[in-house]
Design a protein around this ligand. Sequence first.
Ligand SMILES: C[S@@+](CC[C@H](N)C(=O)[O-])C[C@H]1O[C@@H](n2cnc3c(N)ncnc32)[C@H](O)[C@@H]1O
Length: 280
Amino acid sequence: MSKSNSLNSDIKSMKLYRHVDRVLTELQYLGKSEQTPLSASELSPFDQLHYHGTESVDEAIRATGITASSSVLEIGSGLGGPARHIAATAGAKVTALELQNDQDELASHLSARCGLAEKVAHVCGDFLTHEWSTLHFDVIVSWLALYHIPERNVLLERCYGLLQKGGYFFTEDLYARKEFTDWERSELATELFANCLPDYDTYLQDLKTAGFELVSAEEMSDDWAVFTRERLAAYRAHKARHIDVHGEAVFTAMEHFYDVVVRHFSGGKLGGIRIVARKA
Ligand SMILES: C[S@@+](CC[C@H](N)C(=O)[O-])C[C@H]1O[C@@H](n2cnc3c(N)ncnc32)[C@H](O)[C@@H]1O
């Protein structure tokens, strides 16, 4: 098995990435057939796999100055939600790089259904090894994907190399607020597929070492602890509806995932960070 293929299967230990067709089930439930016109905003309740949905993507657009003439790379684009929102609202061209084949294929299908195939280029690959030939981007964005990727130095070197001079880097990501026990680390490795959780100072220092100028760093931990607690409570409150629409297996997997995340944020060791940096 190639390194990317084995990453592809290992990452499925994180239950958020099973049952990716949940989004299609939601569309069917809304009575949207393949032939019905679809907009990116109709999909956004289901296709944003990070916290605060399109609000956070709007923040990235504002903070990095994305406009219709920007070329944007999203690392770890999932179902394509943030990429479509950037393309639909700012008019920018977005390259959406995603490791998992099933998510990439579904993302591509959804972008086509939203009439955004020209604006969003879906690419399946591992950011650590993907060949970009001569491409360069004005902005690189990433939501809750970088902590999956080992070799932070290679990751940041590649980001720096792919950006135009003066280009912006935005990420919302996870980090370690305190030392984890071996058991916690092992659970995070399986249930969240966490492969890189530096502490806050190391996170910032690694960016500077790679050559980036730090524009802002925001501590998101408390906010995300509240968000994820409310998400779990809302999911449980609608248990009957979710089982009716998606079936028991999907409900159990999602509830389990949401619960693990709440436990780790509430425990005070898992943290969230929002970074804006620039290639000077
Ligand atoms: C939590 S999801 C977020 C998806 C999307 N950014 C969003 O907010 O809706 C993180 C994504 O990063 C992808 N990913 C993880 N490692 C990657 C890698 N080495 N190269 C490309 N994508 C990767 C995962 O497959 C997953 O779909």
